[in-house]
Ligand binder design. Structure first.
Ligand code: C2E
Ligand code: MG
Ligand code: MG
Ligand code: MG
Length: 280
């Protein structure tokens, strides 16, 4: 391109590609210092137990507001963190904060409060990960029973025997394992067939507008049965409307999460005693 335009012309790359790369470099640099300076936040979104009409757990979600870039979405900065080799440090920061929060809520509310923390495949594949989790549990005084780790299907491209061993080591500590974004990957059933999973989180893709989509309803119903047969708790992600909730309850869904109930929020904003408003 540069050659065709002759010397003195600027045509090395297209502006959009240049901007994307610049943003990536900026995010990496700023994220690095945000991590060092402890400027990442954690928001919490309740997972609702419809049967007991209570909040059964809180998913910890990383949040980051940069002075120059503003709020950056986790979809964007988690990917950069992965690529830049920062994901394990980031994961440790979020896990420690979530465990401390679980200990604080448990003391304040006088009942055990469970937190659910997202773990990237890179983190899980570090041989020392289970020992590291054990150490964080000890450091924070949290009970392993009050921790769920959420994994995505990205674990499936990893070495199967080693993944299985890591999950068994985590479960031996007493930690629960959830499979996140279920149904969006290529090998959801293969994973269920071989990995020790306690909780299935059905992706919002199957929940969205389910009242208008008979195929989605059939799929959800089949996943509920699958969960029952395997002794796995099924959580429906991303419930936004009463009509979606109606269908979910109709197919026997007991656990839901979504904006309809609560958005992810800072811990300080979660009502005292974690008392949810009654399920509508
Ligand atoms: P995820 O683990 O599947 O989390 C659920 C996402 O759905 C969150 O997006 C949440 O805010 C959003 N959500 C919840 N309810 C609704 C709803 O009713 N409607 C819609 N449209 N969305 C809803 P968020 O917070 O932007 O996080 C995106 C993804 O980033 C997460 O998906 C997770 O994969 C990743 N992530 C976030 N925090 C961490 C972290 O600390 N570590 C790692 N490894 N990944 C993280
Ligand atoms: Mg998750
Ligand atoms: Mg999910
Ligand atoms: Mg998701």
């Amino acid at each position: 391109e540069a050659k065709r335009n002759g010397p003195g012309h600027w045509c090395a790359y297209t502006p959009s590609l240049g901007l994307t790369q610049l943003r990536r470099v900026l995010i990496e640099r700023q994220l690095r210092s945000a991590l060092q300076e402890g400027r990442l936040d954690v928001y919490y979104q309740p997972i609702v137990n419809l049967v007991r009409q209570e909040w059964s757990s809180f998913e910890a979600l990383a949040r980051w507001q940069d002075p120059d870039l503003g709020w950056v979405s986790p979809a964007e900065f988690i990917r950069v963190a992965e690529e830049a080799g920062l994901i394990s440090d980031l994961g440790t920061v979020i896990l420690r904060r979530a465990l401390r929060q679980s200990v604080a809520w448990t003391a304040q509310w006088g009942r055990p409060v469970t937190v659910s923390v997202n773990v990237s495949a890179t983190q899980l594949m570090r041989p020392e990960f289970p020992a590291h989790v054990a150490q964080l549990l000890q450091e924070t005084g949290a009970n392993a029973r009050q921790l769920t780790l959420e994994l995505t299907e990205a674990v499936v491209v990893q070495e199967a025997d080693f993944v299985t061993a890591q999950l068994h080591a985590l479960r031996e500590l007493g930690v629960c394992v959830a499979l996140d974004d279920f149904g969006t990957g290529f090998s959801s059933l293969a994973i269920l067939g071989r990995l020790p999973i306690d909780i299935l989180k059905v992706d919002r893709a199957f929940v969205r507008q389910v009242h208008q989509e008979p195929r989605r309803q059939a799929l959800l119903s089949a996943v509920m049965l699958l969960g029952q047969r395997l002794g796995i708790t099924v959580v429906a992600e991303g419930v936004e409307e009463q009509r979606e909730l109606d269908v979910l309850q109709g197919v026997g869904c007991t656990h839901v999460q979504g904006y309809y109930f609560a958005r992810p929020q800072p811990a300080e904003v979660i009502p005292p005693h974690g008392t949810p408003p009654p399920v509508p």
